[in-house]
Design a protein around this ligand. Structure first.
Ligand code: GLU
Length: 421
């Protein structure tokens, strides 16, 4: 059985609830509070028509879920993918709640998704789909209510269309309704790189604590989208050698190291990393198991499972993706002494710079990239250190430590607010 097949058979929402239950149990959370935080606050399903280039009308299905809005507006990306499900979006929304709490930014958690393979749409169809989906979820979104952002297969252009659609309906420009916009429309410097940059700040901290020399480290990266390709470049800049990468079509391996810039150029030209001169084609699952020191899963959920956790060679796993590791795999990795930097900490750089973007938009301000990166580093290093300290104190793995930190923060906010009515 391939990893992909295994991934499809595991329900991310069950994984998310299981992770929460483990933390809630350890925190001895009040049972009522536990029941509240275990479910999403709001779930919206929309079926909406789009006029296609051939004149036909197709109906697409999309979701927007707000898991929690206790600490601030719901925050989280919009994903376009053929395998999107409501349960996946619920899981991703819950993970956003914990992620925002780990880095202590004043947001709750939300997520959206549309069931579509955007690679099969023309630009015009993609714009029409985005504008109609934005209109459908307008009952929930807004700069004080719920703020979307890019996720898998969405980008600054999609955010510009969302912002324009929302603004047209309001009658004035509302930059703060989405983040991850182009710089020309109130986007933040450094937002595109932020997820990868935050992950690399975490890896540098981990290497420091574990006595790992990044200049001698070999890295494998699964996923070559926004997070994966930029993480590969940034870890190369730290002196590490990137020995394997993959995208949705497959992977490549070169034990002596790949030229990351040339792989990026190759993918741009050929639409795939495979066939890169001097490397061997491997499968997406193989990339997880290659001989390396640091593994960066930067693709989709449920890639590291009980099936392959025992075969992973890396000493450090840095989860740039959301939900790449199942709870069973977590246990195996922990027993094997693998140091895992969990998603809700590791990839929180993206939403952190989204928060900076929103603050700049609300203040009609624009910060330099130097300021953005310095603030990002401060937040990521602090969150890493707080998590690491809890892991040591409580003798738990980094995921449990991050959950203990996050769930406690959300629980405190929720109980201070009290129950309405
Ligand atoms: N989609 C990203 C994530 O999963 C960013 C969300 C945001 O910036 O709101 O964290």
């Amino acid at each position: 059985m391939t990893t992909e097949q295994t991934a499809a058979s595991i329900n991310p929402w069950q994984v998310a609830q299981q992770q929460f239950d483990l933390a809630a149990g350890r925190l001895s959370l009040d049972p009522g509070l536990r029941r509240v935080l275990r479910e999403p606050r709001r779930e919206l399903t929309v079926h909406f028509p789009v006029k296609m280039d051939d004149g036909s009308v197709q109906v697409f299905t999309g979701y927007r879920v707000q898991h929690n809005v206790g600490r601030g507006p719901a925050k989280g990306g919009i994903r376009y993918h053929q395998d999107v499900t409501l349960d996946e979006v619920k899981a991703l929304a819950m993970w956003m709640t914990w992620k925002c709490a780990v880095v202590a930014i004043p947001y709750g958690g939300g997520k959206g998704g549309v069931i579509v393979d955007p690679k099969k749409l023309s630009l015009k169809e993609l714009e029409a789909l985005t504008r109609r989906f934005t209109t459908e979820i307008e009952v929930l979104i807004g700069p004080e209510r719920d703020i979307p952002a890019p996720d898998v297969n969405t980008n600054a252009q999609v955010m510009a269309w969302m912002m324009d659609t929302y603004s047209m309906h309001q009658g004035y420009t509302v930059p703060g309704v989405v983040t991850g916009k182009p710089i020309s429309l109130g986007g933040s410097e450094g937002r595109t790189e932020a997820t990868a940059r935050g992950a690399v700040y975490c890896i540098v901290e981990a290497a420091d604590h574990l006595g790992i020399d990044l200049g001698r480290s070999r890295v494998a990266v699964q996923g070559f989208g926004n997070a994966g390709s930029i993480a590969a470049s940034l870890i190369r800049d730290e002196g590490s050698s990137v020995v394997a990468v993959s995208d949705s079509t497959g992977g490549i391996h070169r034990p002596t190291g790949l030229d990351v810039d040339r792989v990026i150029a190759w993918k741009k030209e050929h639409g795939t990393v495979q066939g890169f001169p001097g490397s061997t084609d491997v499968t997406n699952a193989d990339v997880l198991e290659v001989d390396c020191d640091i593994l960066i899963p930067a693709a989709l959920e449920n890639q590291i499972t009980a099936r392959n956790a025992g075969s992973i060679k890396a000493r450090v796993i840095a989860e740039a993706a959301n939900g790449p590791t199942t709870p069973d795999a977590d246990e195996i990795l922990h027993e094997r002494g693998v140091f895992l930097i969990p998603d809700i900490l590791c990839n929180a750089g993206g939403v952190t710079v989204s928060y900076f973007e929103w603050v700049q938009d609300l203040n009609r301000d624009h910060w330099s990239e130097t300021i953005v990166n310095a603030k990002l580093k401060e937040i990521m290093v602090r969150a890493f250190d707080e998590t690491y300290r809890i892991a040591r104190q409580e003798e738990v793995n980094m995921r449990m430590a991050a959950y203990l930190l996050a769930v406690q923060r959300v629980a405190d906010a929720t109980s201070m607010r009290g129950l309405y009515p």
